[in-house]
Design a binder for this molecule. Structure first.
Ligand code: AHR
Length: 515
């Protein structure tokens, strides 16, 4: 009996010691009763382009397919998107948007075209405006359409908006009705071109700014619906693009300006493998993902100069990892596997977006199914959810929650000349009072003891969920779909205002504290 008691005491002392080790280094102070900025749920948005099997095969199989479908949409993918509660979906591109002519994608007789950007394949236009907007209705998400500036015309874009939104008698509303839809869709988010500095027309910012003004003038509001007009913004470090657009486009003519940033370890010309990487390449990738913070600060500072009240929002409508295409796949289809490393990229990036919620209104991961950092992969009638999907699921509580301030001191993780903070955190408070703490530990080998001080909340209950596994390069396959998922996490200790957490190595964690 005495021995047993002694053994128990020793274990208790050891646990306390284990929890307090590193307490000096890794410390998180949360002011849970402060903050007045809401994290817009649209930060958790997605993007589906006519690219590879992103739409055809991945979302749309047609009514006559042997693959289980509802009105032509894959039933498994529909359900996965419904479950994730995706707030918005961007379509039809990407680069494809600037060669897309919407009238080819309506009605019975649809001409084919060549998808010159993505593999030179024939596009049969069977997925068009109705199919996209009906998909959004089925999964309960908000549509975001990008219009064609590069090879289109002002008239074409203006009529597309009339077709979608006009509530009354007009030539385009009549055509819509003839094609089976009498009610307007009343969509709000409208992009004026995509990457106009590159695939969208190779324009200068000065030229694009003028074009934007012309196109935006004829992008009309109908009925009570007001468009949220988004100017095609910069590629990552091109600050001049943002500067010129902010200078040359009147603030009352645009609601948002976009920004694209891809996490590409190695170089654009020589990309690295999605699944076969060293620890140093793992770290390089996560450091590059974290640079989103610097980008938002720098583009945000330029915007502040012209728009101190932050009327114009930042829309990061393409982000995510970009690796070498899966060996043996069509390189133009941008198909890549999704490992635990991608989950960490998602966790870090979403934490950064939350941090900049005052300026960042929307973001769209590239891309939803089978393309780049996909949340869903399909093969024939098989479907799996990637680790990235699970991070979006884990982060649901941050949507529309109030961003609360925190101060984090983190130990570093270093390999040779590469070094960064091991921990990345975001904190928010939901409407029901729950405090949400998302934590990423990028160290692939080390569990980290994090000592938290919870101010402004009397934490009584706490729950935890985690996305992790035993290997940094692990991924889900069609034979083993659940290698990485969401698991319950209990390795914490809450006492008064002190919360101690053992953050697993290479993990994304969500803790929820209730009063
Ligand atoms: O997401 C893939 C491509 O990346 C998009 O079509 C384009 O906008 C970007 O360059």
């Amino acid at each position: 009996m005495i021995n047993l008691r002694k053994k128990f005491l020793t274990a208790a002392v050891l646990t306390a010691a284990a929890f307090s080790a590193n307490a000096q280094t890794n410390r998180l102070i949360i002011n849970a009763d402060q903050g007045d900025v809401t994290i817009n749920k649209h930060i958790y948005g997605h993007f589906a382009e006519h690219l590879g099997t992103g739409i055809y095969g991945g979302i749309w199989v047609g009514k006559d397919s042997d693959i289980a479908n509802q009105d032509g949409y894959r039933s498994d993918v529909l359900q996965a998107l419904i479950d994730l509660e995706i707030p918005n979906l961007r379509w039809p591109g990407g680069c494809f948007a600037d060669e897309y002519h919407w009238t080819d994608g309506i009605g019975e007789d649809r001409p084919t075209m060549v998808n010159t950007h993505w593999g030179g394949v024939t596009e049969d236009n069977s997925f068009g405006t109705h199919e996209f907007l009906d998909l959004c209705e089925k999964i309960g998400t908000v549509p975001y359409i990008t219009g064609n500036v590069g090879s289109g015309s002002v008239d074409e874009m203006s009529k597309w908006i009339e077709y979608i939104n006009f509530d009354g008698i007009s030539p385009m509303a009549k055509l819509r009705e003839k094609n089976g839809r009498s009610e307007p869709w009343n969509i709000e988010y409208w992009g004026v071109g995509n990457e106009s500095w590159g695939c969208g027309g190779n324009m200068t910012p000065e030229y694009y700014a003028n074009e934007y003004r012309r196109y935006a003038t004829f992008a009309r509001n109908y009925g009570g619906n007001k468009l949220f007009k988004i100017a095609g913004g910069a590629n990552d470090w091109d600050f001049r693009w943002t500067e010129v657009l902010m200078r040359d486009i009147p603030l009352n003519m645009m609601d948002g300006i976009s920004l694209h940033y891809y996490t590409i370890p190695g170089t654009w010309e020589k990309k690295q493998s999605a699944t076969d990487f060293t620890k140093k390449q793992f770290l390089e990738t996560l450091i590059k993902a974290g640079r989103m913070d610097e980008l938002l600060v720098k583009h945000g500072t330029i915007m502040d100069k012209f728009d101190p009240n932050k009327k114009v929002k930042l829309i990061i409508d393409e982000w995510g990892t970009w690796f070498e295409a899966t060996p043996g796949s069509n390189p133009g289809f941008l198909q890549q596997q999704n490992t635990l490393r991608d989950a960490l990229v998602a966790g870090i990036t979403l934490n950064v977006f939350n941090k900049h919620a005052e300026r960042v209104h929307m973001a769209n991961l590239a891309q939803t199914v089978n393309v780049l950092q996909a949340i869903i992969l399909t093969e024939g009638d098989q479907m799996l959810l990637t680790p990235t999907y699970h991070v979006f699921d884990l982060y649901k509580p941050h949507k529309d929650a109030k961003l609360v301030p925190h101060h984090l001191t983190s130990e570093k993780f270093k390999i040779d000349e590469l070094e960064t903070e091991a921990l990345h955190v975001s904190t928010s408070r939901s409407e029901d009072g729950m405090l949400n703490i998302s934590i990423v530990n990028i160290n692939p080998d080390k569990e980290i003891n994090l000592d938290c001080v919870l101010r402004g909340i009397k934490g009584k209950r706490i729950t935890g969920q985690v996305v992790t596994t035993d290997a940094m390069d692990a991924y889900n396959t069609f034979d083993n779909k659940n290698r990485i998922g969401i698991e319950e996490f209990k390795n914490f200790n809450l006492k008064g205002d002190n919360l101690q957490v053992k953050v697993p190595s290479k993990s994304v964690l969500m803790l929820r504290v209730a009063e």
